[in-house]
Design a protein around this ligand. Structure first.
Ligand SMILES: Cc1ncc(C[n+]2csc(CCOP(=O)(O)OP(=O)(O)O)c2C)c(N)n1
Ligand SMILES: [Mg+2]
Length: 306
């Protein structure tokens, strides 16, 4: 979690320095969802992310060098610098894409779970999306099909309270946009504290067991908070100060630190290690060249690395 936080803090700085083209969407405050879930998955599992997906990719094992280089548009990036922040992908890690069209990846993730059924492999698909995504038709269509076919898939709604600049409570008629709709698909309502890494790990472990035993999908709503703005240029000034202050007291890293009660020296050493890892990763990424014009013709269709 600390590495992810340090990675994204550094990224924000790179933006301010004008080094990143395109947009980025940070997940400060949401690290426990990514790391708790990653801890519960198996190596053969498959993960689908959104444009707010740095934390999921890093938690799944993407080296920070490859993520930095991708976001900086360098050859050493996980997609050779051609995808950028919103499309971090690495099939060798089971990361089958980060998708910028809200909800578009959910039916694709259902297809991945169906492929596991057809191929007889023992992979479980895990699909992340936001609270606002539950207002998109493909969410409901995909949930329905996955439930009817009892596919091995875990849907994880990261309820960070906002859909861009809109509080989610203004645009859905239920309090919990995912958990309150689970029964419509014959699924259990699973609501977890998304800032409690152990709670997330436990919920995803249960869901993985259900999927692996052939008992179909789970829909988990992890309640969390987006500490940053929606995207790089958004200072988030529409968020009420008291709300921001409340969620700062529920920062997932601070909560876990407190529960571990580590000796101060150990924590400080950990913090220094994290800073050094991220600084070194950035140095590697910055040393990587930008792709040349020949990159236009590679990895377009079937020539992509497998
Ligand atoms: C189909 C579609 N409509 C609108 C957008 C613009 N858009 C980008 S992010 C976003 C908000 C999504 O909110 P949520 O699902 O809660 O995810 P979060 O950004 O909070 O992680 C919107 C409306 C888009 N990318 N795709
Ligand atoms: Mg949201």
């Amino acid at each position: 979690m600390k590495e992810i936080r340090a990675f994204e803090d550094k990224l924000q700085q790179l933006f301010s320095d004008g080094l990143v083209r395109g947009s980025t969407h940070l997940a400060n405050g949401q690290e426990a969802v990514a790391v708790g879930a990653a801890a519960a998955l198996a190596p053969q599992d498959v993960v689908f992310c959104t444009y707010r997906g740095h934390h999921h990719c890093l938690a799944r094992g993407m080296p920070p060098e490859a993520a930095f280089a991708e976001i900086l548009g360098r050859l050493g990036g996980c997609c050779g610098g051609k995808g950028g922040s919103m499309h971090l992908t690495d099939p060798s890690l089971g990361l089958l894409g980060s998708y910028a069209i809200v909800g578009a990846h959910i039916p694709i993730a259902v297809g991945s779970a169906w492929a596991s059924r057809v191929n007889g492999d023992d992979a479980v698909t895990c699909c992340f999306f936001g609270d606002g995504t539950t207002t998109i038709g493909s969410f409901h269509e995909a949930l329905n099909l996955a439930a009817v076919w009892r596919l091995p898939i875990i849907f994880i709604c990261e309820n960070n309270q906002y859909s861009e600049y809109t509080p989610i409570a203004e645009v859905v008629p239920v309090v919990n946009p995912a958990a309150d709709r689970a029964s419509a698909y014959g699924l259990k309502s699973v609501l977890v504290d998304g800032n409690d890494i152990e709670a997330v790990r436990s919920a995803v472990t249960d869901a993985r067991g259900t999927a692996a035993e052939g008992n179909g999908p789970s829909l988990i709503e992890a309640v969390t908070y987006r500490q940053s703005g929606h995207s790089r240029a958004d200072p988030g000034t529409y968020k009420p100060a008291a709300e921001v202050a409340y969620w700062n007291t529920r920062d997932p890293i601070k909560l876990f630190e407190t529960s571990l009660d580590l000796p101060t020296g150990e924590l400080e050493a950990m913090n220094r290690g994290v800073e050094a890892t991220i600084a070194a990763a950035l140095e590697v990424a910055l040393a990587s060249p930008e792709p040349g014009p020949e990159a236009l013709l590679t990895s377009v269709w079937g020539d992509a690395p497998t």
